[in-house]
Design a protein around this ligand. Structure first.
Ligand code: PBG
Ligand code: ZN
Length: 329
């Protein structure tokens, strides 16, 4: 049947009718809040390229996480930003490293909060690359060994989930083996499986002080044009033992996310990255868009494309809006 019998507008007439036929909802359970942890005490240092985002010392991190939990955000992902950096990223797997201390504090003070740790070397290395470097080349296999030790140290500190973001080949399998042989068979791996060499990571690198000192990450992160290769990356990570997969960034790669949702039956995460967050805030500050609506629409699109979990710096803002929900969208 077609017009005038069919009128698509009938279910759009009121907020209640629209809510009845709504196909997709972002819930607070979908949200994961990324947080930066720095040394010191009482530190709550604003990140200038990411309005509303701070770098916290461990004591402040605990307060922020309790607030997130009170708002209904179930999970955080931690990025340690150490003061000392060196060629091999010694801080990454140090038992008393910044991330390990943050995890221990959170597990003590907020035991029900899901703690995910980002596993990479770039925040800990003086050259800012995600692996070990020789003659300006990031060497895969030695890097994998360091990453496995890093993941193990996070598990020992109490992490529920480890999330390798380095894009070295074989790291998921190496991490799984290292965790299992050390008695951490219950710690899950969320693999940054389809992570692209993106322009949208700029603000993150300010916050994490992880801009590469030379070159770029194109020799290990994925090339943006490649859609089928993303499926292959994800399949390989699953074969190596990943429990959940991530696509990153989110909005520019919704096709990849949608492919993944159709292809795989594991939980799927998407990272609405720093540049995506910053762009919305920048335009909203100029009065060019309604920032809250644009943010909600972005996260909704990510969910609609197939994400089960959304990593977003707006998690607390969005959770507040969902709590006060009624007439949104
Ligand atoms: C580091 C890492 C990056 C992000 C998460 N983990 C940056 C990079 O690859 O340079 C980006 C997150 C964001 O932009 O919000 N491996
Ligand atoms: Zn990295």
């Amino acid at each position: 049947m077609s017009f005038p019998q069919t009128r698509q507008r009938r279910f759009r007439r009121s907020a209640a009718l629209r809510a009845m036929v709504r196909e997709t909802r972002v819930t607070r359970d979908d949200l994961v809040l990324p947080l930066f942890v720095v040394e010191g005490k009482g530190v709550r240092d604003p990140v200038s390229s990411m309005p509303g985002v701070h770098r916290h010392s461990v004591d402040q991190l605990v307060l922020e996480c309790k607030e997130a939990q009170d708002l209904g955000v179930p999970a955080v992902i931690l990025f340690g930003v150490p003061t000392h950096k060196d060629a091999r990223g010694s801080g990454a797997d140090a038992a008393d490293g910044i991330t390990q201390r943050a995890v221990e504090a959170l597990k003590r003070e907020a035991p029900d909060l899901v703690v995910i740790t980002d596993v990479c070397l770039c925040e800990y290395t003086d050259h800012g690359h995600c692996g070990l470097v020789r003659d300006e080349v990031v060497e895969n296999d030695p890097s994998v060994a360091r990453l496995a030790e890093t993941a193990l140290s996070h598990a020992r500190a109490g992490a529920d989930v480890v999330a390798p973001s380095d894009m070295m080949d074989g790291r998921v399998g190496a991490i799984r083996t290292r965790l299992d042989e050390s008695g951490f068979e219950d710690v899950a791996i969320l693999a940054y499986a389809a992570k692209f060499a993106s322009a949208y990571y700029g603000p993150f690198r300010d916050a994490a002080e992880s801009t590469p000192a030379f070159g770029d990450r194109r020799a290990y992160q994925m090339d943006p044009p490649n859609r089928r290769e993303a499926l292959r990356e994800m399949r390989l990570d699953l074969e190596e033992g990943a429990d959940a997969l991530m696509v990153k960034p989110a909005l520019p790669y919704l096709d990849v996310l949608s492919d993944a949702a159709r292809e795989f039956d594991v939980p799927l995460a998407a990272y609405h990255v720093s540049g995506e967050y910053a762009m919305i805030h920048a335009a909203a500050e100029r009065g060019w868009i309604d920032g809250e609506r644009a943010m909600d629409e972005a996260l909704l699109a990510i969910k609609r494309a197939g994400a089960d979990l959304i990593l977003t710096y707006a998690a607390m803002d969005v959770a507040k809006r969902i709590a006060g929900e009624g007439s949104r969208q």
